[in-house]
Structure formats: C-alpha cells, structure tokens
Design a protein around this ligand. Sequence first.
Ligand code: 5AD
Ligand code: FES
Length: 340
Amino acid sequence: MDSKEAIYLYKSVPTEELSKLANDITLKNYSDKIFVRGLLEFSNYCGMDCLYCGIRKSNSKAVRYRLTDEEIIETIKFGLDANIKTFVLQSGEDYNYNVKELSKLVYKIKKITGSETAITLSCGLMNKERYKELKDNGCDRYLMRFETSDENVYSYLKKGQSLKTRIQGLENLKNLGFEVGSGFMVGLPGETIETRINNALLCKELELDMIGIGPFIPHDETPLKEEDSGSLDTILRTTALLRILLPYTNIPATTATGSIDALGREKALSCGANVLMPNITPTKYKKNYLLYPGKICLEESGFECISCLSGRVESVGKKISYEKGNSLSYSIKKIREKRQ
Ligand code: 5AD
Ligand code: FES
C-alpha cells in the first residue's frame, strides 16, 4: 500500500479496522511468531538532560548504578539458558562508559554467545569511528530512537541538540552494516497527528529494521511532570500505521505500552507488533532504571517475565519464537546488495 493510502486510513478508519489490517500483514509475514529479546539495562548513568527522562543528568534523586562485566555476563548466561538468542544492552548516554571498554565487553559476550545470537546495543549517539569499533567487535544491531520528527520539539526536549545529528548517527549505523532500530514517543507535548504521521514516514525513509514506540509518561522529577501521558489508542493506531507502511520491520510491543494499560502489550501484538522484550536486568537494579513512573516488571525476575510473556502471547493466539529473529527488511536489503 502506498503511503498516501496508509495515511488516509490512519486518519479516517476506526482503530479496530486499522488493527485488523495491520494484524493481517503481520500474520502474512511472520505467521503467529513473536520474537523475544532479553533486555539488560546495564547502566543508568547519563550525560544528557532530556526534559522527559527520569534518568536525566539533573535528576539527583536517581540512584545511579552500572553492572560489572561479570554481572552482565552472568545475566547473559541466564538468558542463554532460557533460550534467548538476542540480547539488548541498554544504558543512558554514559560518556563515562569508555567505548573501548564497551567494545571489549561486546567481544567477550559474543565469544560466549556465538554467531547464532545477536547483540544489540542501545547506548545513544556516538561518532562513526566508535560505532565502527563496536561493529568490529561483534555488535550486530543498534537501537537509538529519534523521539520525534519535529525539529523544534526535538531541540526543545533535548536542550538545543539537533535532530539532523541524530539522524546522521542512524545513517552512519546503517552504512556500517548494523541492523538499525529507532522509534519515537507518542503524546509528547506539542505533538499533533501530523507529527505522528511524519514520525512514521521518517521511519520508512530511514528503512528501519526495528521500530519501538511507546507512550510518553511524565516523570515527577522532570520539567514535564505536569504534562499528560500518551494514550493507548494513539499507540495502537500508530503501531498499525507503522506495520502498514513497513511490513517487514520488527516492531516490539513495549514495556511503556504495558505500563499505561495492563493489556497494552497484548493489544499492540494484535495490531502490528511482533516482538517482546522481557527485562532480564537483575531485580536489584531494575527499580533504578526508571525512565518514567509506573514501569511494570520491577519486582519480577527475568525468568518470571519470560514465562509471564508466553502466557500473554498465547492469550492473543500467537506463539513465542526463540529464533534470532533478524528483521525481514534487513535480510531483503542484504539480498539486494549482493545482487548489485
Ligand atoms: N516516558 C516514556 N518513554 C520514555 N523514554 C524516556 N523517557 C520516557 C518517558 N518519560 C523512552 C525514550 C528513550 C527510551 C529508552 O525510553 O523514547 O529513547
Ligand atoms: Fe514481566 Fe509479565 S512481563 S512480569
């Protein structure tokens, strides 16, 4: 379907109908499989001061932590035992985390996990050389949301930073051969339906392999504490739009979506999402990676999350798949490149 038609539907069709359309595309391309990624929030140190974020530099109430390499490896081993084949290591934009150390860590992990697994990093914006070093050491995928396609809102939320630089970072990652993920928040102050449509079109333009979206949820220790949260209906409609525009991309049902509605993730899985990311961070640290309040799964272990998610997936008539789960869009790109 062309973009114009998709936007027309986004603007005019009831959510249920839009969801059905998106779910049909998902079933056709992924059958009933839901890929799992083990999410490890390994450090909440952050050098940034984004207005929306609970672990922003200025939040002196955030209790900072960084897992040791040993703790990280132990957690990964736990994940391997639970059959997980993709690990997402996320941190704040922590410039104290030396990229050499990070590369060494990736190398160590990859040695244990082997080529049948994928390592994804989500550690923010870096220059091309640093990304290359991470790639050379075995990092397969990189996630970095652009948050909003509105340049003015972006620079307001990120204290004068430029959206163009962020997008250049995503382009660099793509050119280095990473599977690239990005995404945005829904319901940010100043956002309109046009912003959301432009967000989705930007995802398409960037040919993303993964797209994570979630509702903005105001955190009390940030300047946006008085703002409203994004709504579930908007998340579901936008997920459906993304699936219609990008039929071969991996789209997670995110924790933030599960945090504003007890069945938020199940609903997202029924309207275009095909990935879940159980949080396998050791429980003693989980509560300190609080980007927004009301985050779910803080008391549960990674093991509990994985078994809870299988039940949730079954409730919408789908099945957890323990495959590595490359994005179809990435595989198609690779085939195209080989042919040229
Ligand atoms: N509400 C919802 N999502 C948030 N994120 C950061 N702060 C919030 C918030 N207050 C999201 C951003 C970031 C991702 C890791 O978490 O989109 O990229
Ligand atoms: Fe964590 Fe359900 S996914 S407890």
